[in-house]
Design a binder for this molecule. Structure first.
Ligand code: GAP
Length: 440
């Protein structure tokens, strides 16, 4: 099963989804760069999340807060005091281990060397803010996007006047100096989060928490994740973060085991109270009907973009034998596929065919993400598009010159239909737009 990961990492590099970071310099461990297909897949995934959590609801507001924030934010949030792992170093090979991973081992699991006493290791990246060295102040790269929404709670109330319950949604980079990053893009030090902070009356929090768990679980299923590969896991009391009263993880069955994709937490009124205390600002909500002022509870569905992307890649990866030939295909949901349509001429040395194919591609590009490719024989062109997850291949052949029709091949069924050139856009539009969660 683990070799599926090797195959996916290799496919990602070969096809231009994800490259090792700083590759020509020998790489920087556990950093990854998204290539042409990767960036499209990632953007589609974020768009699908934004559409279902912002555009399709009337109780949500989008945000994009800064990565750098006032250092007091992280004191108030508890990250300065509580956001650490216990680690131990090997005195011989210098390798660093998380204490939990050592499972009470007294010697280095790599070389048998002596281990140091365990020490706290804060996971926040530090940097300096300001151009004059002496006056520069210590700031952190945010380890979560959440705090950018809590500190803007009052701004949202003042500018948009929402009534409870309502939520904020944000997608952005977060940074954690993880002791043991790994498993490709599953755990990295720089990653992207998709977070919702949903503010509600304390007495409604439990019900709303449960409905978000269901809502977020369905989101992955609706985008094609197989039901058997997804499960919910409730945190035990001793697992809960310092701010949470309850938390449910949505886990995916990765080739390296069941692991967290997203967590939905009931953060109570911890965050607004903390920021009120540290900033000296009254962050209570005023209920005009009941004439009462109180701190709302916060329900937080928090997921990782890169982790979700990996789950969609793993779930969509298929190998099948077609006429003694190995076919590798990425069966990504149509909203996620980086390319929707490929136009392929059957014979590249027939100028009229090439000309017609290019003309069709140019026209389809106005409506769908479309590529034109004539750089190989048709069998090879199909395989290339299958590996990239392209949904439809439109083939132009000799007959197309006479009957003004093209062959449209469906990625998943491999069925081919002959469609008139005049109708091909309408045909694809109907197929691609049906129940789509993303505007094309
Ligand atoms: N605001 C709450 C919060 O940040 P978290 O469980 O620490 O909660 C939320 O992170 C999500 O962010 C995780 O479920 C995971 O998908 C993603 N994530 C966290 N650390 C990550 C890492 N080092 N690399 C990639 N994704 C990560």
């Amino acid at each position: 099963m683990a070799d599926i990961m090797d195959k996916i990492v290799s496919l990602c590099k070969r096809k231009g989804f994800i490259f090792p970071g700083s590759d020509i310099y020998g790489g920087l461990a556990n950093t990854w760069d998204y290539g042409p297909f990767g960036v499209e897949l990632k953007n589609n995934l974020k768009r699908a999340w934004w559409k279902s959590n912002v555009y399709q609801r009337d109780d949500m507001y989008g945000m994009d807060a800064g990565i750098l924030m006032h250092p007091k934010v992280w004191e108030a949030s508890g990250h300065v005091e509580n956001f650490f792992d216990l680690k131990s170093d090997c005195k011989s090979c210098k390798k660093r281990f998380k204490l939990v991973d050592l499972k009470n081992a007294k010697k280095c699991p790599e070389c048998g060397g002596e281990l140091t006493e365990s020490r706290k290791f804060n996971l926040m990246f530090k940097t300096e803010h300001g151009s004059v060295e002496d006056n520069a102040s210590l700031v952190y790269l945010r380890p979560e996007t959440a705090q950018g929404m809590f500190v803007n709670f009052q701004n949202i109330l003042d500018s948009r006047h929402p009534k409870l319950p309502f939520g904020l949604a944000q997608i952005g980079k977060a940074f954690r100096n993880e002791i043991t990053p790994g498993n490709f893009i599953f755990r990295t030090r720089e990653f992207e989060q998709m977070e919702i902070e949903y503010f509600c009356r304390p007495e409604e929090a439990e019900k709303i928490y449960e409905s978000w768990v269901e809502e977020r679980f369905s989101w992955y299923l609706n985008l094609g994740i197989k039901k058997d590969n997804l499960r919910k896991r409730q945190h035990t009391k001793d697992e809960l973060a310092h701010y949470a009263k309850a938390c449910t993880d949505i886990e995916y069955n990765f080739p390296f085991g069941w692991n967290e994709l997203e967590g939905i937490a009931n953060r109570t009124d911890f965050d607004l109270k903390q920021h009120a205390e540290y900033s000296g600002k009254d962050l209570r909500y005023f209920d005009e009907v009941k004439k009462e002022r109180f701190y709302p509870y916060i329900i937080e569905p928090s997921g990782g973009v890169d982790r979700a992307l990996l789950a969609f890649l793993v779930d969509g990866y298929f190998e099948e034998m077609v006429k003694d030939d190995l076919r590798v295909v990425l069966k990504l949901h149509k909203d996620l596929s980086p390319t929707k349509v490929a136009v392929l001429p059957l014979l590249k040395n027939r100028a009229e065919i090439v000309e017609l194919a290019k003309k069709i591609a140019k026209d389809l590009k106005k409506t769908f993400i479309t590529v034109y490719d004539d750089s190989a024989a048709i069998g090879k062109l199909y395989r290339r598009q299958d590996e990239a997850g392209t949904l439809y291949c439109v083939t132009v052949d000799v007959q197309s010159l006479e009957d003004k029709k093209v062959t449209v091949r469906d990625r998943d069924t491999m069925l081919q239909e002959r469609i008139s050139i005049e109708k091909v856009k309408e045909y694809l539009f109907e197929k691609l737009n049906r129940d789509s969660s993303v505007l094309l």
